[in-house]
Design a protein around this ligand. Structure first.
Ligand code: PEP
Ligand code: MG
Length: 533
């Protein structure tokens, strides 16, 4: 048995389960030529790999239509002929023939003018990866394919990995890299999965199937525990579950402080499923719908219609406020179908509202979808990463343009839809008094605000001790924003992870914060704190 004590993550929960070792295998093709005598054997290897991949994709296609599209690619004549010609005519071995053919087809798609066709390049590469894995006889990890309870151990997980996770099987997460406010931490918390990140050296100590105990709240890990240790963890797990039962009983009480102020407790979500999971916590609404996950889970920029379907379903599900944040892509969030230019400092680069204002047609599709959904509930629009009044006005003008179009088309929407903004840049703090005159509400995004105010990368483990939302500079900024908002009579909320922190909540209540929006897993704890303060 080996015990480890690591940094805590503000996540809670205890897990005892075998490890699912998540590692991308080596898919670099073996290069080389073959003699005439081996041509048919190489061609047969390709045929076998194709059949294996087609069967794999057929099973996956039942879960998502993305894989039906991948099936078509795998069975495509151009791919088949490309590989076979390179084996037959150029005498290349099958791995090199496949690699070159995939690169060629992906390049053809990438060079097309039509945006939809351009996006197919990523799908072609994805299918190429599957075929190469089959040729090499290695297993491609896919968190969506897990079928037994496990603790996932990985170097790091990206949002595109975590969106596939099924909480029924993922009982805990351990990563070597990553920080507390990296998106994997946020997503794990919203799914109530205990997580410990930045656990240096953990991968070297683990292998597939090894039994591990972890306590996310205390930051402890036991690898291959002895019977006593394992039982101690199982006992703590039972006690934790009992405490949760007590918290569940408090859900029927509205969150009112001792001096009578009604506090709004809302959830942060990334999709409709998250809303369903949050509703039992008796939430007062959705304070942050991270719309980028809808873009990230797709193979193309989702159309107005596709988005409308999701937002309207969300609005019908959640009759209270539903705050949809417009696309916040860039930074550490990428799209498989859109090539971002490499940037020196992605968090200071082309992200969020900067992209939306530049890609106006795409922005309008999203805004029209949100506006149309507003006919079905209390929908609010929120812009991320605003740094100037010019930006806010420009974004609001696009909303007005969309409203005018919908009016002319006779499409119903909420004429009085509230349009607010995130306060997550130092500039927006300093200009909060002016923004408060033009925005309908504020939501403080402390995940980014902390990194930008303190000049500390939110995902960099090496300096994570400096990433502290309780730093007086951050607290002073928050107080200033709440005062500025209240002076103009607008509601001030917070949707950064700080809103769910036991340490921060009493301080924020004291400052007069109106709304706390957080991962669903924290709501019960925050309700208890509000009732006690
Ligand atoms: C934030 O920055 O606090 C926030 C809520 O946005 P995200 O974590 O998605 O960047
Ligand atoms: Mg942010």
């Amino acid at each position: 048995m080996e015990k480890m004590q690591v940094e805590k993550t503000a996540s809670r929960g205890i897990a005892v389960a075998p490890v699912y070792y998540y590692q991308e295998p080596d898919l670099i093709p073996e290069t080389g030529t073959v003699g005439e005598a081996q041509v048919s054997a190489e061609a047969e290897k390709f045929e076998n790999a194709k059949n294996e991949v087609m069967a794999e994709l057929a099973a996956l296609a039942e879960k998502s239509e993305i894989f039906a599209a991948h099936q078509e690619i795998a069975g495509d004549f151009m791919l088949q002929e490309g590989v076979l010609a390179k084996i037959r005519d150029d005498k290349k071995n099958v791995q090199q023939a496949l690699d070159e053919t995939i690169q060629e087809i992906a390049a053809i798609f990438a060079s097309m003018d039509d945006a939809y066709m351009k996006e197919r390049a990523a799908d072609v590469k994805d299918v190429g990866k599957r075929l190469m894995a089959s040729l090499k006889g290695v297993r491609l990890p896919d968190l969506g394919n897990m079928d037994k309870e496990s603790i996932v151990a990985a170097r790091d997980l990206y949002p595109s990995d975590t969106v596939k996770m099924n909480p029924e099987f993922v009982k805990g997460i351990l990563t070597e890299e990553g920080g507390v406010t990296s998106h994997v931490s946020i997503m794990a918390k919203s799914m109530n999965i205990p997580i410990l990140v930045g656990v240096r050296g953990i991968l070297g100590k683990l292998s597939d199937g090894v039994l591990v105990c972890m306590d996310a709240e205390k930051g402890t890990i036991a690898i291959e525990p002895d019977e006593d240790t394992k039982n101690a963890y199982l006992e703590k797990k039972a006690a934790y579950e009992k405490e949760r039962e007590m918290l569940v009983k408090l859900r029927n009480q509205p969150a009112v402080t001792a001096d009578g102020k009604r506090i709004y407790l809302c959830a942060n979500v990334g999709n409709v499923e998250d809303i369903r999971n949050a509703l039992p916590m008796m939430i007062d609404g959705i304070g942050l719908f991270r719309s980028e996950f809808l873009y990230m889970e797709n193979t193309h920029f989702p159309t107005e219609e596709e988005q409308f379907e999701v937002y309207s379903e969300a609005a019908k599900l959640c009759p209270q406020e539903l705050t949809i944040r417009t696309l916040d892509i860039g930074g550490d969030k990428e799209l498989s179908y859109f090539q971002f230019e490499k940037e020196e400092n992605p968090f200071l680069g082309w992200r969020a509202i900067r992209i939306s204002l530049e890609m106006k047609d795409m922005f309008k599709e999203q805004l029209r979808a949100i506006l149309r959904a507003s006919a079905f509930g209390h929908v609010r629009i929120m812009f991320p990463m605003i740094i100037s009044l010019v930006e806010l006005r420009e974004a609001k003008a696009v909303v007005e343009e969309c409203k005018a179009e919908l009016r002319a088309e006779g499409t119903v929407f909420d004429e009085n839809i509230e349009v607010g903004m995130m306060i997550e840049t130092p500039a927006s703090v300093l200009l909060a008094d002016e923004f408060a005159k033009e925005a309908d509400f504020f939501s403080i995004g402390t995940n980014d605000l902390t990194q930008y105010l303190l000049a500390v990368d939110r995902g960099n483990k090496k300096i994570s001790d400096r990433y502290d939302f309780m730093n007086p500079a951050v607290l002073k900024a928050i107080r200033q924003v709440i005062e500025a908002g209240h002076k103009e009579g607008i509601k001030v909320g917070m949707c950064g992870e700080m809103a769910g922190s036991q340490e921060a909540v009493p301080v924020l209540l004291d400052m007069g914060l109106d709304e706390f929006s957080m991962s669903a897993g924290s709501i019960d704890y925050v309700r208890k704190l509000v009732l006690e303060n």
